[in-house]
Design a protein around this ligand. Structure first.
Ligand SMILES: Nc1ncnc2c1ncn2[C@@H]1O[C@H](COP(=O)(O)OP(=O)(O)OP(=O)(O)O)[C@@H](O)[C@H]1O
Ligand SMILES: Nc1nc2c(c(=O)[nH]1)N=C(CO)CN2
Length: 203
């Protein structure tokens, strides 16, 4: 393949490729050859909660560059961070992914999936048809408010830690330690396994 280079080109219609672009393409190539593990938390407390969670799992699997490797049991959970009784209960689950998408594209896809399920953003921690949070992406750390990694509240949330531990007993939250220990430190009150319900792992 002929590729424009930054020096020595003779065809005046071929523009040199800036070094920054070459770097970005090389970084994308490296990710493609080396899929990363990501953990996402799924939550729903409006509409048909189970159908929505299954739809989210399927939509993630249908995404080029994402493979869903494991899906947790379903938990019914009391709304966290809001006045008790002020919202319907949630169904929560966690999925482990392998992805060649960079973190920003994974977030974009997560938000597109939320929107496909008519997620409305008005109040903080308001009720929602679907919430897809990125709990962790490999062992990356980021303070960027648009994508904070690991998720800044995951370690306090039994509705994330309990289902995650079910599918990965050795799970670690980067920078925080073992999920099993984190779960011991938070209350599991209001976080109830729904053994009668199940999410399917896409074929
Ligand atoms: N790890 C992350 N996963 C998902 N969104 C994140 C993450 N870090 C930062 N964000 C940003 O948070 C913003 C608000 O997200 P969202 O409305 O889903 O918050 P929330 O689910 O109500 O609350 P919480 O962040 O406590 O779960 C998003 O627009 C997104 O850019
Ligand atoms: N039980 C429960 N509570 C929540 C949840 C959730 O998924 N489950 N998500 C929130 C914002 O991400 C706020 N509160």
């Amino acid at each position: 393949m002929t590729r424009p280079t930054t020096s020595g080109h003779t065809d005046p219609t071929v523009q040199p490729v800036p070094a920054s672009v070459v770097e970005q393409v090389d970084a994308a190539d490296a990710t493609l050859q080396n899929p990363k593990r990501a953990v996402v938390s799924l939550g729903a407390n409006l509409g048909n909660r189970l159908e929505t969670l299954q739809g989210a799992v399927d939509a993630l699997e249908d995404t080029p560059g994402i493979r869903v490797k494991a899906v947790s049991p379903v938990y019914e959970t009391e709304p966290w961070g809001v006045e008790p009784g002020s919202q319907p209960s949630y169904f929560n689950a966690v999925a482990v992914l392998k992805t060649t998408l960079p973190p920003s594209s994974l977030l974009e896809r997560a938000q597109a999936v939320e929107e496909a399920f008519h997620r409305v953003r008005d109040e903080r921690w308001g009720p929602r048809t679907l919430d897809v949070d990125i709990v962790a992406y490999a062992d990356l750390h980021s303070d960027d408010p648009r994508l904070t990694l690991p998720h800044p509240r995951a370690h306090e949330r039994a509705f994330v830690l309990a289902p995650w531990l079910d599918i990965d007993p050795a799970a670690e939250l980067p920078g925080r330690g073992q999920v099993a220990h984190l779960l011991d430190a938070v209350t599991r009150d209001g976080v109830t396994p729904r053994a009668d319900l199940e999410l399917r792992l896409p074929e």
